[in-house]
Design a protein around this ligand. Structure first.
Ligand code: ADP
Length: 450
C-alpha cells in the first residue's frame, strides 16, 4: 500500500493522473524536464522534481532519474501514463526491484504483449479472434514461407515481432514481391527492434479500428468496459475517437469483450489495457494489446461513468474492485477530438506562447488539458495540447455538442487543428459513422487536390 504517487509523465496526462490520485487522497510527486519547468500542473502537485534536460531521452525516458526521484520523495508507486516508459519492460522491472509499485501490469505481461507473436499466441489460446495467419514466427526456409503466404492468400502483411509505432511492417500483394519483402522486413526488424523474428498475416484492405478497454485488479476481476472506434487516423495517429463504435452488433462486442477478459485472467493481467482490433465485414481481428492507459480513455469514462485512472490506482494498491461486469453498462455516445498545436492542413507543429485560452463549457463537455494563457508549448514533445470530449444521449447529440464546443474553444498565439476538427464534424462520412481507417487520409488527399 502506498500513499504517495510519482507521476512519470508530462502534459495533459500528468494532470489527469494527479487529479485521480488526489481524489483517492494520495500525495502526488510530479517529475519534469527543464523545458517543462513552468508547467501549470507542477504548482498543484505536492512536490515537483526536475529529472533532467529537455530532450526526452535525458528526462522522461531516464529510468534511473525517475526511480531516484521516487525514492528521494518517499513515493511508493510510479504511474507511467502513456508513451515514454509506459510499455518498457526494463523500467517496470526496475521500479519493482527498487521496492516500488509500478502502476500497470507486471514486466512479464508487458514483455509478452510487446512481442506480437507471443501476444497472438496468447490471444488464440484465449479464443480471441486474430487475423488469419500462423501464431509463430516465420521460418528461414523461403519455400516454406511462400507456401504459408499462398495458403493465407494475397495480399499479406509482414510484421516484425518486436515492432511498434507503425514501423517494421510491409504489405505484399503478389508472390513476386515476397522474397525481397521478407529480406527487407527481417533486416528492419533486426535493426530497429533487435529481434529478427517476423511473422505474416492476411492484409485487410478496408478495416475499421475498434478496441476494447480492459481494467483488471489483482484479485482475478477482469472487466471489459466497452468498445471505442478510432478509425479516424492520419499516418496511424488517431485524430478522433468515439464510444461506442457505430453500427456494430452489441452481442458481438460482448462476446469479444468476454474473450478479452478471459485472456487477461489467463495471463494474470493487472491494470488498464486495451485490445486493439481491425474490424471488417462483421468480424474482429486482434492486432495488438496496449498495456497502459490510452489517450482516448475519456470516451469510455463518459459512457460508463467509471474513472479508469482511479481504477488503475486502486488495482495498484491491491484493492479489489467494488463493481462487477454485470453492473457495467454504457449510456449515450461520447466523442473525443485531439487538439494539437499544429497547422490544420499542413500538420506543421506550432509551438510557442499561448496568448489566449478559452475552454468550452456546456452540458456533457469535458476538456482534459494542462494549458492556460501564458503557457509556452515546448518544441521537444508531441503537439497534443488538449483533448475535447463530449457526451450526448446519442451520437447525433454528441456531434452537435462537439460542434458547439469546438466553436467555443479559443486558443491564441499558436495555430491549432481546431478548424480541421470542426470541418470533420460536418464531413458526411464521419457524420454517417463507421468509416474505415483510410477515410480521413482519403478525405485530406481529396481536399488538398481541389
Ligand atoms: P504498431 O504496433 O506498429 O502500431 P499494429 O500491429 O498496431 O502496429 O498495426 C498498426 C496499423 O497497421 C494498424 O492500425 C493498421 O492500420 C495496420 N495493420 C496492421 N495489421 C494489419 C493487417 N493485418 N491488415 C491491414 N492493416 C493492418
Amino acid at each position: 500500500m502506498f500513499d504517495t504517487l510519482l507521476i512519470a509523465n508530462r502534459g495533459e496526462i500528468a494532470l489527469r493522473i494527479q487529479k485521480a490520485a488526489k481524489g483517492l487522497g494520495l500525495r502526488t510527486v510530479c517529475v519534469y524536464s527543464e523545458a517543462d519547468a513552468a508547467a501549470p500542473y507542477l504548482e498543484t502537485a505536492d512536490q515537483a522534481v526536475c529529472i533532467g534536460p529537455s530532450a526526452s531521452k535525458d528526462s522522461y525516458l531516464n529510468a534511473d532519474a525517475i526511480i531516484l526521484a521516487a525514492l528521494q520523495t518517499g513515493a511508493g508507486a510510479i504511474h507511467p501514463g502513456y508513451g515514454f516508459l509506459s510499455e518498457n519492460t526494463a523500467f517496470a522491472q526496475a521500479v519493482v526491484d527498487a521496492g516500488l509499485v509500478f502502476v500497470g501490469p507486471d514486466a512479464a505481461c508487458i514483455r509478452a504483449m510487446g512481442d506480437k507473436v507471443a501476444a497472438k499466441k496468447a490471444m488464440i489460446a484465449a479464443g480471441v479472434p486474430c487475423v488469419p495467419g500462423p501464431d509463430s514466427a516465420l521460418p528461414y526456409d523461403f519455400i516454406e514461407i511462400r507456401r504459408i503466404a499462398t495458403e493465407i492468400g494475397y495480399p499479406v502483411i509482414l510484421k516484425a515481432a518486436g515492432g511498434g509505432g507503425g514501423r517494421g511492417m510491409r504489405v505484399v500483394r503478389t508472390e513476386e514481391e515476397l522474397a525481397k519483402a521478407v529480406a527487407v522486413t527481417r533486416e528492419e526488424a533486426e535493426r530497429f527492434f533487435s529481434n529478427p523474428d517476423i511473422y505474416i498475416e492476411k492484409f485487410l484492405e478496408n478495416p475499421r479500428h475498434v478496441e476494447i478497454q480492459m481494467i483488471c485488479d489483482s484479485h482475478g476481476n477482469a472487466l471489459w468496459l466497452g468498445d471505442r472506434d478510432c478509425s479516424m487516423q492520419r499516418r496511424h495517429q488517431k485524430v478522433i475517437e468515439e464510444a461506442p463504435a457505430p453500427g456494430i452488433d452489441r452481442v458481438l462486442i460482448a462476446e469479444v469483450g468476454e474473450r478479452c477478459a478471459r485472456a487477461c485472467r489467463q495471463i494474470g493481467y493487472v491494470g488498464a489495457g486495451t485490445f486493439e482490433f481491425l474490424y471488417e465485414d462483421g468480424q474482429f481481428y486482434f492486432i495488438e494489446m496496449n498495456t497502459r492507459v490510452q489517450v482516448e480513455h475519456p470516451v469510455t469514462e463518459m459512457v460508463t461513468g467509471l474513472d479508469i485512472v482511479a481504477m488503475q490506482l486502486r488495482a495498484a494498491r491491491g484493492e479489489a474492485f467494488d463493481v462487477v461486469q454485470s453492473e457495467i453498462s454504457t449510456a449515450g455516445h461520447a466523442i473525443e477530438c485531439r487538439i494539437n498545436a499544429e497547422d490544420p492542413y499542413s500538420f506543421a507543429p506550432s509551438p510557442g506562447k499561448l496568448t489566449e485560452v478559452v475552454l468550452p463549457e456546456g452540458e456533457g463537455v469535458r476538456v482534459d488539458t494542462h494549458i492556460r494563457a501564458g503557457y509556452v508549448i515546448p518544441t521537444h514533445y508531441d503537439s497534443m495540447i488538449a483533448k475535447l470530449i463530449v457526451h450526448g444521449r446519442d451520437r447525433g447529440e454528441a456531434l452537435a455538442r462537439m460542434r458547439a464546443a469546438l466553436d467555443g474553444f479559443h486558443i491564441g498565439g499558436v495555430v491549432t487543428n481546431i478548424p480541421l476538427q470542426a470541418a470533420l464534424m460536418d464531413e458526411p462520412g464521419f457524420v454517417e459513422g463507421g468509416m474505415n481507417i483510410h477515410h480521413l487520409e482519403h478525405w485530406l488527399a481529396e481536399r488538398s487536390s481541389q
